[in-house]
Design a protein around this ligand. Sequence first.
Ligand SMILES: O=P(O)(O)O[C@H]1[C@H](O)[C@@H](OP(=O)(O)O)[C@H](OP(=O)(O)O)[C@@H](OP(=O)(O)O)[C@H]1O
Ligand SMILES: Nc1ncnc2c1ncn2[C@@H]1O[C@H](COP(=O)(O)OP(=O)(O)O)[C@@H](O)[C@H]1O
Ligand SMILES: [Mg+2]
Ligand SMILES: [Mg+2]
Length: 303
Amino acid sequence: MSSLSSKPYQVGYALTPKKEKTFILPSLLSHASQIGVTLTKIDPSKPLIQQGPFDCILHKLYDSDWKQNLQDFASQNPNIPIIDSPGSIEILHSRISMLETVSKLRISNIGVPKQITITEVTNSENLGINFPSIAKPLDADGSETSHKMHLVFEKDGLKNLPLPFVLQEFVNHGGVIFKVYVAGKYSRCVKRKSLPDISEEKLVNLQGSLPFSQVSNLTAAGGGAEGCEFEKTEMPPENLVKELVEGLKEELRLNLFNFDVIRDIKNKDNYMVIDVNYFPGYSKMPDFESVITDFLIDVCSKR
Ligand SMILES: O=P(O)(O)O[C@H]1[C@H](O)[C@@H](OP(=O)(O)O)[C@H](OP(=O)(O)O)[C@@H](OP(=O)(O)O)[C@H]1O
Ligand SMILES: Nc1ncnc2c1ncn2[C@@H]1O[C@H](COP(=O)(O)OP(=O)(O)O)[C@@H](O)[C@H]1O
Ligand SMILES: [Mg+2]
Ligand SMILES: [Mg+2]
């Protein structure tokens, strides 16, 4: 539970309309205001210096005018925390660099699936990637297209996919994914349903590629771990999650992110990180209001 902040704090936020709708919820505003934290909308098209005063800035906008606006503000207000630095966020905008941060940590039992970047599709070359695999848009910049993925069952399935993309080996993981949310010193791991496993038997009958929107066609029941199996699925070891969170925080220098982890069904000690996102959908996390308010108080009081 949040404790009363020592003084009133003003937090300015600059978000897309969609993000504002899912994050700036009445329940967050009311919890924060009870504790002395006011969240105020920033007009990103006007100089930040003329708005406020703010004790910290929260943002998830990436256009160059906004980045310039932030930089001008930062040079005049070097002590006001900006959550987070655009330079640090940028690492997560490529599906290659986002996972390189995980590989750099060299934590035993934690890896990433084998992946390569495809900029053109030729007939001859051997890609060194096993099928099934997933084609993911290289850019993970929050655009509509950045989430449009395809399951690819054979080399022929690479034709006609939007370039450039990352081709990543599909790892059977029992249809359950773990999502780890980080907000400053707080972190929380939750499980969610994921894509179903693809057996060798199923694979022989699958051709070409399939957009994710049609993946439910793969299973009679509509995909993912079925009710009971999902409930029974064990969470990953707490110390492993903690090591990963601390390592990623240090490597990325970010306060607000989440990452997706799967457990390899072939070797249950092995975990793979498949995705890292900046400022994810926190409202789906347990205790969202108090976690975010406590985080904001922490940031504002440290400056
Ligand atoms: O990948 P998962 O874990 O499902 O989380 C998604 C991504 O983080 C999206 O960010 P992006 O598109 O930048 O990858 C984000 O959209 P926005 O931040 O753009 O809104 C969604 O936030 P909510 O819309 O708050 O649910 C969030 O639910
Ligand atoms: N290598 C993989 N093996 C198995 N399933 C995967 C793999 N990569 C992604 N998935 C599945 O696809 C979903 C979307 O992929 P992800 O990389 O998380 O994209 P997004 O950035 O759109 O969330 C994941 O939540 C998971 O269910
Ligand atoms: Mg994801
Ligand atoms: Mg993502």
